[in-house]
Design a protein. Structure first.
Length: 130
């Protein structure tokens, strides 16, 4: 995979662990939105704790990426869905541990009215692998 970060002063600078745009070549992997479900019990975990839910979501993403032969470095775009935008800083603090800020993927983050199983966060991604 080749991945090139695109940055321009003519658009707003990123305010977190993401970049304005990414150019990537290789096979594309589209990962469905992940929520805080523990795969060993198939049950929702950490109700009411956005930080712990985000950690579980990232673990679920990691498992899928690994199965596909990819890592977080292969991700070129994420979508983050929050039940409450007031949880952004907390989610972002956990999310930032998984990406090098210089090469972080492009990202969108939105507040939504409701998520499956009334979770606090859902994250999907697009990765590019060789």
């Amino acid at each position: 995979m080749t991945k090139q970060v695109i940055q321009t002063a003519l658009a707003p600078a990123p305010v977190g662990p993401y970049n304005q745009a990414i150019i990537a070549t290789g096979r594309m992997l589209f990962v469905s939105g992940q929520i805080a479900i523990d795969p060993t019990t198939n049950q929702l975990v950490h109700e009411g704790d956005v930080a712990k839910q985000t950690e579980r979501v990232m673990a679920n993403l990691a498992a899928i990426l690994t199965e596909a032969g990819a890592t977080f470095d292969n991700i070129v775009k994420t979508g983050v869905f929050l039940k409450d935008m007031n949880d952004f800083a907390t989610m972002n603090g956990v999310y930032a541990h998984y990406f090098d800020e210089a090469t972080a993927p492009a990202r969108a983050c939105v507040e939504v009215a409701r998520l499956p199983k009334d979770v606090l966060v859902e994250i999907d991604c697009i990765a590019v692998i060789n």
